[in-house]
Design a protein around this ligand. Structure first.
Ligand code: NAP
Length: 303
């Protein structure tokens, strides 16, 4: 038996990942969409969340694919209407608003799942298991991609709350916070802001315990999503966003990379078990980097 789910915000990630994952899932039926402009063929489309919540009591689960700033109001309404909610990453524009959603979900007795799709990448659990109990001598994130390819024309990424390069950077941080045997914290950062923009296009972040990160949204050609960790027992590298794992140069068998299908499988279990999953540790690093970071200007950017 499938559960009915509604997708809200039919934009790039909804079309690229959420719709195909829901359609391929034995657990879910896409029963409604809410979007001011986007629709999905054959699925009843609403332009207003209140209307959908009022008319579709049969839809008990809502997956929010909006950017972080508008997402809070939608999530709050859905939870208040007794619906279980999935949040795209990063789960909110601020830490406090996600704490508020978490408390509201607990009060309403519904599931809140703050998803981190990169944590579901094929090599991540094996990396975490291998690193458990080991001492990290050094770790470095290299997360370099082309904002024009992944966020074409999306001005919101450079608006307040859009987080700039930390939007994809949150993927790396979601993996790092999951696999490190003990937590680290940001100690310094340099943030590169294109002239006239509100969020950084590049960032170099230093963490405690010899952990560092280099995030850049200006990379054309091959894209780089790597995390390399040196331990007393060898070197582990997660690359391709966590889909490939090598230990001392030897590629490990990690199976197929299926991040979004795995998110929806986890949501099935969370709803069945009456649980929530809200881990804000990746966002804490972003907030701290934005708090501590030294701001430098760089060349103007336009899409
Ligand atoms: P997007 O295409 O710019 O936005 C998604 C949809 O949100 C839009 O189609 C729009 O739908 C709705 N929306 C945007 N601003 C809104 C507002 N102010 N009020 C109400 N609705 C609004 O963005 P996206 O790339 O799909 O990213 C959405 C989220 O997914 C972000 O948190 C991002 O980090 C995450 N994500 C993105 C990618 C990627 O490759 N782009 C990958 C993984 C995760 P309507 O205008 O039709 O209502």
């Amino acid at each position: 038996m499938t559960q009915k789910i509604a997708l809200v915000g039919i934009g790039k990630i909804a079309k690229d990942q959420h719709v195909p994952s829901i359609n391929a899932s034995p657990d879910w039926t896409l029963a409604a969409t809410v979007s001011r402009s986007g629709t999905v063929d054959g699925v009843p489309a609403f332009t207003d969340l209140d209307e959908m919540l009022a008319q579709r009591d049969d839809v008990r689960v809502i997956s929010l694919c909006l950017p972080p700033v508008p997402r809070f109001d939608y999530a709050r309404k859905a939870i208040l209407a007794g619906r279980h909610v999935m949040l795209e990453k990063p789960p909110g524009a601020t830490l406090a608003e996600v704490h508020a959603l978490s408390a509201l979900a607990a009060q309403q007795g519904v599931t809140l799942f703050a998803t981190w799709h990169s944590r579901m990448a094929a090599g991540v659990e094996q990396a975490r298991a291998w690193l458990a109990g080991k001492t990290i001598a050094k770790a470095h994130i290299t997360w370099k991609e082309d904002v024009k390819k992944w966020h074409p024309g999306q001005e919101w990424v450079f608006e307040p709350g859009g987080m700039g390069v930390f939007d994809p950077g949150s993927n790396a941080l979601s993996i790092l916070t999951h696999i490190l045997p003990r937590p680290v914290h940001v100690t310094a950062a340099t943030l590169e802001y294109p002239q006239g923009r509100q969020t950084p296009i590049a960032a170099q972040v230093q963490f405690s315990d010899n952990v560092s990160g280099d995030f850049d949204w200006r990379q054309t050609g091959p894209q780089t999503w790597d995390i390399a960790l040196e331990t007393e027992a060898g070197t582990l590298v997660l690359s391709d966003g966590g889909a490939t794992l090598t230990i001392d140069g030897a590629t490990q068998d990690v199976g197929e990379n299926r991040e979004y299908p795995a998110l929806y499988e986890r949501m099935t279990r969370l709803v069945a078990d009456g649980e929530s999953d809200v881990d804000l540790s990746p966002m804490v690093h972003i907030a701290d980097a934005l708090t501590l970071g030294r701001r430098v200007d760089c060349a103007p950017f336009s899409f």
